[in-house]
Design a protein around this ligand. Structure first.
Ligand code: GDP
Ligand code: GDP
Length: 436
């Protein structure tokens, strides 16, 4: 389910971000444009040998004003906690330093695979520089050059080799996995408790698998759910717990493991940039989304307040126009009863399969209403459409020239699909393929 996580650790200036950009660079260029989402340099999807993973540059996680050594320790700790494979980067030109030894000592204690990459080996003459890194006791050093792109293939081969066996999802297929996401203090724990307080919890918390999430399965009206609780994942007392980027990182794991993401916003405080970033990840991951405006009891309101808040959300989260908005209070349980029915509804929509002939009728009607675009006299021709997968529903248009399917026309087709079918709460993917 969740993709493996690979973390790069090492002291400053060894070339972590250079490697990060090399590995994900192409990806960053091709990701769809999600307005309002700024891309994080520390975290990205990546792919090698057809295996997808998430790459973290821990060097980008700033941890307050702590001294350098403390920062490095914390970053290494995050890697140990969060990653499936750790890439320990060192600088081949400088040889082994005291700080490298510090990091190595921490990494020693983890059972997770650690691969040591000796960077800045820009030409074969420098190969003998890698041998002294055996002394760190981590294993066989791999020579790389981030700036020249050398040795990266070998490094990534080894990374992919070390991925854990794919984890069996421990829940039955008809279970809806729901994550509760949002910045600290918006009321995630309160919401989880309110939902669980109402329902009969049939199994106690399952802590663990390899990810230390807290999953709570429960059942209501013959529907099985599991709540994936990021709030419950807190490890109190750690310095990095308070860092914004770290909490975003945590949210990502939960998002990937879920079918439906509840994005919780604090109705009292309103929307801030971090809310958008988290929401952007849910959108990109292709999960069903519900926006929950919590603490509605504490908001002073008149008959226009809800409409204004809705308008504000729509403006700030343009890319989530499909997500329903639910105003509620975890504290007073006001409107809480609408939450699970809405979850069921968006989960159904997320898994919806449209018969090919019905789909083609809708698209052809759309084309008749608004002719396909032309470019230099060449008109887009759509031969037929088919839905290739669900969760999220993904449609392939077979066309004469995929380049001719402009963003705005794609948007038009998406809107027509949304008008014709029930897709509330789910993103849709539309892909053009060439067919002669
Ligand atoms: P970070 O602090 O570990 O993320 O390191 P950076 O990626 O920012 O790189 C630090 C410096 O090392 C930059 O000036 C890079 O251009 C340089 N650098 C990175 N990789 C290589 C390499 O393979 N060879 C050489 N000669 N320089 C490199
Ligand atoms: P989390 O950090 O997102 O898990 O947030 P918590 O559930 O710990 O809640 C943070 C604070 O907001 C606590 O003081 C809660 O009592 C308060 N809170 C949570 N939900 C509500 C709500 O619906 N209304 C009001 N007025 N306060 C709430």
């Amino acid at each position: 389910m969740a993709k493996p996580v690979v973390a790069i650790v090492g002291r400053p200036n060894v070339g972590k971000s250079t490697i990060f950009n090399r590995v994900v660079g192409e990806r960053i260029a091709i990701v769809e444009d999600v307005p309002g989402v700024t891309r994080d340099r520390i975290y990205s999807k990546a792919e090698w040998l057809n295996k997808e993973f998430n790459l973290i540059d821990t060097g980008g996680i700033e941890i307050g004003d702590e001294p350098l050594l403390t920062q490095m320790r914390e970053q290494a700790q995050i890697a140990i906690d969060e990653a499936d494979v750790i890439v320990f980067m060192v600088n081949g030109r400088e040889g082994v330093t005291g700080a490298d030894e510090e990091v190595a000592n921490l990494l020693f204690r983890t059972k997770k695979p650690v691969i040591i990459g000796v960077n800045k080996i820009d030409n074969p003459d420098m190969m003998d520089k890698i041998y002294e890194f055996y002394s760190l006791g981590i294993g066989e050093p791999i020579a790389i050059s981030g700036s020249h792109g050398l040795g990266l293939g070998d490094l990534l081969d080894e990374v992919v080799n070390q991925f854990p066996e794919e984890e069996e999802d421990e829940y039955e297929e008809d279970t809806i996995r729901v994550s509760v996401i949002g910045r600290p203090n918006v009321g995630k724990s309160s919401l989880v408790n309110a939902v669980l307080g109402e329902e009969r919890v049939i199994v106690s918390n399952i802590a663990g698998t390899t990810r230390d999430a807290v999953d709570t399965p429960f059942e209501k009206d013959d529907q099985k759910y599991v709540l994936i609780d990021t709030a419950g994942m807190r490890k109190r007392g750690k310095v990095y717990e308070s860092t914004e980027k770290y909490s975003v990182l945590r949210a990502l794991r939960a998002i990937e493991r879920s079918d439906v993401v509840l994005i919780v916003i604090d109705g009292e405080q309103g929307i801030i940039e971090q809310d958008k970033k988290i929401a952007g990840y849910a959108h990109e991951a292709g999960r069903a989304v519900i926006m929950v405006v919590n603490k509605w009891d504490a908001v002073e309101k008149d008959d226009k307040t809800m409409a204004l808040f809705t308008e504000n959300i729509r403006e700030q989260f343009l890319f989530l126009s499909y997500a329903p908005i639910l105003f509620l209070s975890a504290k007073t349980k006001q409107r809480l009863q609408h939450l699970l029915p809405l979850v069921n509804n968006v989960a159904d929509n997320h898994n919806q399969r449209i018969p090919t002939h019905v789909l083609n009728d809708v698209i052809m009607d759309a084309v008749a209403m608004n002719p396909t675009p032309t470019d230099h006299g060449k008109r887009l021709r759509i031969n037929y459409v088919t839905q290739v997968t669900v969760a999220p529903p993904t449609f392939v248009l077979f066309v004469n020239d995929p380049e001719l399917l402009h963003f705005s026309y794609k948007r038009f087709l998406e809107n027509r699909l949304r008008e014709a079918f029930h897709f509330e709460g789910t993103p849709l993917r539309i892909i053009a393929r060439k067919k002669n």
